[in-house]
Design a binder for this molecule. Structure first.
Ligand SMILES: C=CC1=C(C)c2cc3[nH]c(cc4nc(cc5[nH]c(cc1n2)c(C)c5CCC(=O)O)C(CCC(=O)O)=C4C)c(C)c3C=C
Ligand code: FE2
Ligand code: FE2
Length: 334
């Protein structure tokens, strides 16, 4: 007799699960509230004891922020939904045949849909006995990489017969990633109708305390920027965006830098966001819309927000390289 949780499959398969942060199901306050409640209740993200944090989250933040955030999401929402989800889906589709027939490539969001447990269960049902978890964060951060891996391993808790699991290491200094960024920045700048005085690399911020606690995120960001500058043969400035809450965050802040550059004689800027694998509300609204306004209102003349690697040919080639390496011994040929 075959227990019904045993997949009936001819041969074991391999799964690759691309994971990104998450996004609301719709650009409206209710959906954004549900998404933010899940996201901001994650103790890897807000490291304040729940007894102190939950009243603030439920009492103030979830009453005020959803409407404001929904407005930001509305400005970037596409026919295919949230840009982050749509692009992550295209990345998975673009890698569908990258590792051979026996390798299933799927995608999930850490918060919201499709969920990690849902997709891992589907992979197991499809016969995957080995799964590579791939949080698409080039720079390691406990609030992003670690919580994605936590959620994946938690999803295995209830399984009697677990698949074997690997996780994608951070790739902030990987030559394939730096090379892809270089190509993408050069192509992006060549397509502009102005020559930028400076390139500003804007990474998502983090509370400064996480650096003191040993999170390598800040160092990874700085190293990515240094290697990108070396590759481009020109300076790359670094700043951190999206400050949230009252704690001191990593500095300098992107909005402050954009407001100050024109006064320093820098009137033409190209902003690149190498910490984001896919364009999302943080790049398309915060940088490309609000960042532009800040810069031009401060006296800047030309502003460009360069696209993330997304599902571009160079972006997919990079993902193929770094994922294929982690599949060593599981699959042979790319
Ligand atoms: C790429 C790395 C990211 C880090 C590090 C990160 C840390 C971090 N974020 C918040 C709070 C918010 N982030 C929000 C959106 C958001 N964040 C990332 C990535 C990182 N966050 C992405 C890719 C996105 C976009 C999601 C999308 O749907 O497009 C938001 C929601 C939007 C808003 O209301 O502004 C919040 C809130 C904290 C507190 C934090 C570190 C502790
Ligand atoms: Fe964030
Ligand atoms: Fe933001």
């Amino acid at each position: 007799m075959k227990p019904d949780n045993h997949p009936a499959i001819p041969s074991p398969r391999i799964g690759v699960l691309l994971i990104n942060l998450g996004t609301p199901d719709a650009p409206e306050a209710g959906a954004v509230r549900r998404y933010l409640a899940e996201f901001l209740s994650d103790r890897r993200v807000v490291e304040i004891p729940p007894i102190a944090w939950q009243p603030i989250l439920r009492g103030i933040i979830l009453r005020t922020r959803p409407a404001k955030s929904a407005e930001a999401y509305r400005q970037v929402w596409g026919d295919d939904g949230s840009p982050l989800a749509a692009i992550t889906k295209r990345q998975a589709e673009g890698l569908r045949d990258a590792f051979g027939k026996g390798v299933l490539v799927d995608w999930a969001m850490r918060y919201g849909n499709p969920g990690i447990a849902d997709r891992l269960n589907a992979m197991k049902a499809a016969g995957c006995e080995r799964i590579l978890i791939a949080p698409l964060y080039p720079q390691y951060c406990a609030a992003t990489t670690a919580t994605a891996n936590d959620a994946a391993f938690a999803a295995l808790e209830g399984m009697r017969w677990q698949p074997a699991m690997r996780t994608l290491p951070p790739y902030y200094d990987d030559p394939a990633y730096i090379g892809a960024l270089k190509t993408s920045v050069e192509e992006g700048i060549a397509a502009l109708n102005f020559e930028p005085d400076t390139i500003l690399a804007s990474f998502h911020g983090m509370p400064e305390r996480t650096l003191e606690l040993g999170d390598p995120y800040h160092c990874h960001c700085r190293k990515t920027a240094r290697l990108l500058a070396d590759a481009l043969g020109r300076d790359v400035m670094v700043a951190f965006q999206s400050r949230f809450g009252r704690a001191k965050w990593l500095e300098p802040a992107t909005d402050t830098v954009l407001a100050e550059l024109p006064g320093k004689g820098i009137g033409k800027v190209a902003v690149v966001t190498p910490g984001f694998s896919a364009d999302c509300v943080e790049t398309l609204e915060e940088i490309a819309i609000r960042g532009r306004e800040t810069f031009l209102e401060s006296g800047g003349t030309d502003f460009a927000a360069l696209p993330c690697l997304n599902a571009s040919a160079v972006g997919l080639a990079m993902l193929r390289t770094i994922l294929h390496r982690e599949l060593a011994g599981w699959v042979d040929a790319a």
